[in-house]
Design a protein around this ligand. Structure first.
Ligand code: G6P
Length: 435
């Protein structure tokens, strides 16, 4: 009988959950999970049942000794958990639609995790994640939290700063780059090394080697990397060559700000924002999930930007559990890795994963040109975190006015007030209950 290995999935009713379940099934030999607790809030009860029943069918079909629990009681799920993964969207997709539409009215990029939209998501999410961290302090103080909830780097930093639990931030974007490199060089990932420098959704790949031989140079004439969840505006090839590094596709919002804003304005007028496209995808996925004969992850899930995130999550749990000491790209405290950032800043960097946790690796080169942008965005992030925990409007205004994508304080202020007001129900720190 395997020793108890309990995983709590906060936001268990997410459309991504079948990814995670598939990951636990495929990796059961090295990560013998015995209990999976899918947790959601009362408003998510219906989704939790649909996804949860599919999860139970997937596990039953595998024949593995795993029990899948569905619960609205987070404390039951967290009690003595070994791993806690978080994949929740406070305010659901409706709040994301606000994040992606309101900034456009002010001539500013509207995006899920970057710019004003990302700030509002952080203001909604950080208090909720800190509540979970409080419960973990009481119920599973030795558990690892694998935080996928966006904006993943900012949220992870808030948890590291304002709680005592062990949290690691995850993103599927680095995995997407590896899959792109695997296809480009036609080799398995264990023969590739890519060095990541920067923050979550704001990283540059500054080294690429295959079998130890540097291959970055030849990539400098390519079109750079993109993914399905951002507009496909193509990169400026001269910039890529001048950078001598591969930018995250989220950097298009910075390096191609004008084109990306124009694309957003046109696309949202034609087919709606990304969130509205995703909402349709989600509705279709849940229709599929309802089918009692479905007992595997449907391929349509790979149409989401967050596809393959379970590979990142399960791979990290496996290495923490087995002390594998392999290299994974994670969101962890900077320490001294980037000497131009505060030590407690959460950065996205390659780490050696041990049982005691990830050990960030020194980076070999940080293009001088990118340091200013990394620092400016980290300053915005740290102001946002303090705004989220304090509920202070002036900190949120400072954060927004200092974001590189916001052109003026006279744009930041009315945009902030409109976004705070519409998100009122999800901002208890900004709008405390009248006693
Ligand atoms: C990428 C990012 C995720 C983000 C997702 C959005 O995978 O790494 O952090 O949430 O895209 O995808 P969506 O399909 O929701 O636009």
């Amino acid at each position: 009988m395997n020793k108890r290995l309990k995983v709590a999935v906060i936001g268990g009713g997410s459309s991504y959950t079948p990814e995670l379940i598939e990951g636990f099934i495929l990796n059961h030999n090295e990560l013998p999970v015995t209990e999976i607790w899918l947790v959601d809030i009362p408003e998510g009860r219906h989704k939790l049942q649909i996804v949860g029943f599919l999860a139970q069918r997937m596990v039953a079909k595998s024949g593995l000794p795993i029990t899948v629990h569905l619960t609205l009681n987070r404390r039951d799920a967290l009690e003595d958990a070994n791993f806690v993964t978080t994949q929740m969207r406070v305010g659901l997709l409706q709040a994301r639609i606000w994040d992606e539409t309101i900034p456009l009215k002010y001539g500013v990029i509207g995006q899920e995790t970057t710019g004003p939209g990302g700030m509002m998501k952080a203001l909604r999410t950080i208090p909720a994640l800190l509540d979970i961290a409080r419960d973990m302090e009481a119920l599973c103080p030795d558990a690892w939290m694998l935080n996928f909830t966006n904006p993943a780097g900012m949220v992870t930093e808030a948890i590291n700063k304002h709680s005592r639990i062990k949290a690691i931030g995850l993103c599927n974007a680095p995995l997407g780059i590896y899959k792109w490199l695997m296809e480009m060089f036609d080799v398995p990932s264990d023969r590739i090394y890519a060095e990541f420098v920067g923050l979550n959704h704001l990283h540059w790949v500054t080294q690429v080697s295959v079998d130890g031989e540097s291959r970055l140079e030849e990539m400098m004439n390519g079109d750079g990397y993109s993914a399905i969840n951002v507009p496909q505006s193509s990169w400026n090839a001269s910039l890529i060559r001048a950078l001598g590094a591969i930018p995250s596709y989220y950097l298009k919002y910075f390096y191609l700000q004008k084109e990306m804003l124009q694309d957003q304005i046109e696309t949202s007028a034609k087919e709606g924002t990304r969130a509205e496209v995703v909402k349709k995808l989600e509705d279709e996925l849940f229709e599929l999930y309802k089918d009692p004969n479905l007992s595997e992850k449907p391929g349509q899930l790979e149409l989401r930007g967050g596809a393959y995130y379970s590979e990142a999550a399960v791979r990290l749990m496996k290495s923490l559990y087995n002390d594998t000491r392999d290299i994974q790209t994670l969101n962890v405290p900077n320490g001294g890795i980037l000497d131009f950032l505060p030590k407690d800043a959460c950065i996205e960097v390659n780490c050696i994963v041990t049982k005691q946790g990830p050990i960030p690796m020194a980076v070999t080169r940080v293009p001088q040109a990118v340091q200013g942008l990394i620092h400016a965005v980290k300053t915005y992030e740290q102001l946002t975190i303090e705004a989220a925990v304090s509920g202070k409007r002036e900190l949120a205004l400072l954060a927004l006015a200092h974001h590189p994508l916001v052109p003026s304080a006279n744009v930041a202020e009315p945009m902030l007030d409109e976004m705070l007001e519409i998100n009122r129900a999800y901002l208890p720190k900004f709008y405390p209950e009248k006693e």
